[in-house]
Write a protein that binds this ligand. Structure first.
Ligand code: NAP
Length: 252
């Protein structure tokens, strides 16, 4: 499907919010994009259609990053469609309803860590097997989507989510050092409060607007503002940057 000179990017959770903005910006900058989603096929199709309308190349790829079978399916679809992989954005992630530590259940915690942490680590592993010069690949780039919650801790709201993003920060630093000789750069972005559907999925649809005045810049960020930072880390402009974690949080 793709030409030899077009690099291929997989964005997990590319159907909505931050991931969708990353997909559209990446396509505009010359990537062929695999738009992963888990349940919202119409949203993924809309991202693909917007990219194609602008003359770009994209496919929608169903798959749950919270299961090995889902991850295997996602990467098989990318292999089949493009036959190459040059970049991965580990963006798929979930929150949950606000709870204190007294109310955290094993089921909630297992789901949170399986999708946010295991999903990112296992997707990176699959990507590195395709991109690493040790495996006959041409090198590549990975961007992990962390959160300012990793630093702030999300007390009284979802410390399990914050801990999952703390794991992403540590994983980013270690992986960057581990695969530098494989020709792969690894960085992360820490979004602050960004106006997307994720807050409604955690039972707080007005969270971004409510927190706006508490942010030094006096407003939530946009998915596009996060995408712009991710695109910098994907691009050759950041060729000497690896193991970095960039806050995109309006000063929060
Ligand atoms: P969102 O609007 O809720 O979108 C989530 C995306 O992830 C959707 O495309 C969804 O697919 C996909 N997804 C969810 N679970 C998945 C799974 N198990 N496997 C594959 N895809 C899955 O979220 P967002 O706000 O854009 O957040 C994106 C990332 O940024 C997350 O990692 C989040 O933790 C991080 N972040 C967000 C904020 C914020 O304020 N929004 C702040 C800091 C960090 P479907 O469309 O199929 O449901």
């Amino acid at each position: 499907m793709t030409r030899d000179d077009v690099p291929v990017l997989l964005v997990t959770g590319g159907s909505r919010g931050i991931g969708a903005a990353i997909c559209r910006s990446a396509a505009a900058q010359g990537w062929a994009v695999a738009v992963n989603y888990t349940s919202n096929r119409p949203a993924a199709d809309a991202v693909v259609a917007a990219i194609e309308a602008d003359g770009g190349m994209a496919i929608a790829v169903e798959g749950d990053v919270g299961t090995q079978a889902g991850i295997d399916g996602i990467f098989a679809a990318v292999d089949n469609a493009f036959g190459r992989l040059d970049g991965l954005v580990n963006n798929a992630g979930i929150v949950d309803v606000p709870v204190r530590i007294d109310e955290i259940t094993a089921e909630r915690l297992e789901r949170m860590l399986r999708i946010n942490v295991s999903g990112s680590i296992l997707c990176a592993s699959a990507a590195i097997r395709r991109m690493s010069v040790r495996h006959g690949g041409k090198g590549g780039v990975i961007v992990n989507i962390s959160s300012m919650a990793a630093v702030l801790g999300s007390a009284g709201q979802y410390i399990d989510y914050a801990a999952s993003k703390g794991a992403i920060d540590t994983f980013t630093v270690g992986l960057a050092r581990e695969v530098v000789a494989d020709g792969i750069r690894v960085n992360a972005v820490r979004p602050g409060v960004i106006d997307t559907d994720i807050h409604a999925s955690g039972g707080l649809p007005d969270r971004a607007r409510d927190l706006g005045p508490t942010i030094p810049m006096q407003r939530p960020g946009t998915a596009q503002e996060v995408a712009d930072a991710v695109l910098y880390l994907l691009s050759p402009s950041s060729s000497y940057v690896t193991g970095a974690i960039l806050n995109v949080s309006g000063g929060r």
